[in-house]
Design a protein around this ligand. Sequence first.
Ligand SMILES: CC(C)(COP(=O)(O)OP(=O)(O)OC[C@H]1O[C@@H](n2cnc3c(N)ncnc32)[C@H](O)[C@@H]1OP(=O)(O)O)[C@@H](O)C(=O)NCCC(=O)NCCS
Length: 326
Amino acid sequence: MIRRAKIAGTGAYAPERKLTNANLERIIDTTDEWIMSRCGIKERRIVGEGESTSTLAHIAAERALEMADMPPSKVQAIIVGTITPDTMFPSTACYLQKSLGCGYAASFDLLAACSGFVYGCGIAKSWIESGQYDCILVIGAETLTTITDYQDRNTCILFGDGAGAAVIVPSDDDSGFLSMNMHAELDVTMMLLPAGGSRMPASHKTVADRKHYMSLKGREIFKFAVIRANKMLQHEIETNDIAMDDVKYIIPHQVNMRILQAAADRFNMNVEKFYVNLDRRGNTSAASIPMALDEAVRAGKIVKGDLLILVAFGGGKTWASSVLRF
Ligand SMILES: CC(C)(COP(=O)(O)OP(=O)(O)OC[C@H]1O[C@@H](n2cnc3c(N)ncnc32)[C@H](O)[C@@H]1OP(=O)(O)O)[C@@H](O)C(=O)NCCC(=O)NCCS
């Protein structure tokens, strides 16, 4: 019998500082009404003094380990999905290994934008199933507000900061990941962080030209996300031979309420099938799925045995989905 990987504990952390639509109205030419109607976001959390991606991830990871009743010393690998690492190197995962006290656990960051957490679960799933490891910490953590241009009203309304974590171990019952699908297709026009890498190293000019901030084409992303979400859901339902009625929640990348509504309409299902905390957290890229998952678990909305679908899509382009029994 194949060894299956399951989530033994979840954790999340959002910084205390809030950035509300009312706050944004004072910075840019926008309104609460416009943001709510176009995105469904009311407020986001943003990092404060002394906080970074790894400090958010640390708290989320501690909470996940506590739920899993797993001491940090038992963690054998740490995978952090992020596009906003503390430093390019050492990796955010290495900072965490030290701060959590995870011995010499294999530690690295994974860059798949908003799909980073699901990609990380995909790697963990394979490593657990192969028997190589017995305990892997998968984290999605971001401080997107550090790469958000608050002079660009098209984008700065969307993003927030936060971290979510999952402890992945071998399953001893029918719980666990049943499927995992990960894909990508290069697209530099839809969404990009232009400078800071080897294609455009940091310079006075890149700073002056505001090239260290995310640029995105909202309408293109909108279309991509709706179509992809639909295709991924269709694929997961068919290949796992399940019905949507069997699924307790779809935990989607928290991108935009209109995107989720359009995806639900295309699938002919109630939008409430999607677990959403976008209104209070904004789009937190790789952190959004594990943060939403943890919130639902701690609220008792997801309990052991529930069937879930994770659906992610983001810059790259990347996309990934998974069916799991919690
Ligand atoms: C960004 C997004 C909310 C914009 O919504 P939209 O309906 O496509 O809006 P448009 O870009 O067509 O802009 C419509 C108008 O609103 C204006 N506008 C843009 N941002 C605004 C803001 N914050 N407040 C008020 N008006 C705004 C635009 O300038 C435009 O005005 P114009 O018609 O006079 O030119 C939407 O495209 C979206 O959510 N896309 C997905 C983005 C995303 O989540 N990216 C992250 C990837 S994971």
